[in-house]
Design a protein around this ligand. Structure first.
Ligand code: HEM
Length: 125
């Protein structure tokens, strides 16, 4: 395998590391203790960072050519939305009064993530 393929493998593994903890919070946030929730959202944050670094790295390896494609541009836009929602999720988990927002936020992130997976796999435009 070439470096590009390795980078994409790491990229997809980071997607899994991000999606898993968020899906746990979407499904059973009420059954997860506060420290465990903090750990889950920390792992998700780390996953998000590696998604960005490996995604940008893959684009750089193509000399920026992939950055010209609209499915990549739209994905980056959705990535920013996902990042903002993840920040809100982290804050909601910190404040006891916002616990009710955790599951809707985690579901919104999961849906946006599904849209990016579609764009990254189908490469429709
Ligand atoms: C949470 C957001 C993201 C998800 C869920 C995601 C998911 C994926 C998946 C599943 C693939 C494999 C596609 C395939 O099988 O060909 C992929 C590839 C890729 N992703 Fe992402 N990605 C995300 C964010 C990003 C970002 C922010 C960038 C760029 C800054 C990026 C750049 C790339 C590139 C360049 C590839 C390789 C495409 C190819 O070889 O055709 N991704 N991504």
């Amino acid at each position: 395998m070439n470096p590009y393929a390795w980078l994409v493998v790491l990229h997809v593994m980071s997607v899994v590391a991000f999606a898993g903890p968020v899906l746990v919070l979407a499904l059973v946030a009420d059954g997860v203790s506060a420290p465990a929730s903090q750990r889950l959202v920390r792992i998700a944050g780390l996953g998000l960072l590696v998604i960005l670094v490996t995604g940008v790295g893959a684009i750089a390896l193509t000399g920026g050519a992939l950055g010209e494609l609209w499915w990549v541009r739209l994905s980056v836009l959705l990535f920013l939305v996902i990042g903002a929602l993840t920040g809100r999720l982290r804050r909601a988990l910190r404040s006891p009064g916002s616990r009710g927002a955790v599951r809707p936020l985690a579901w919104a992130i999961t849906v946006a993530l599904g849209a990016v997976v579609y764009l990254m796999e189908a490469k429709p435009f």
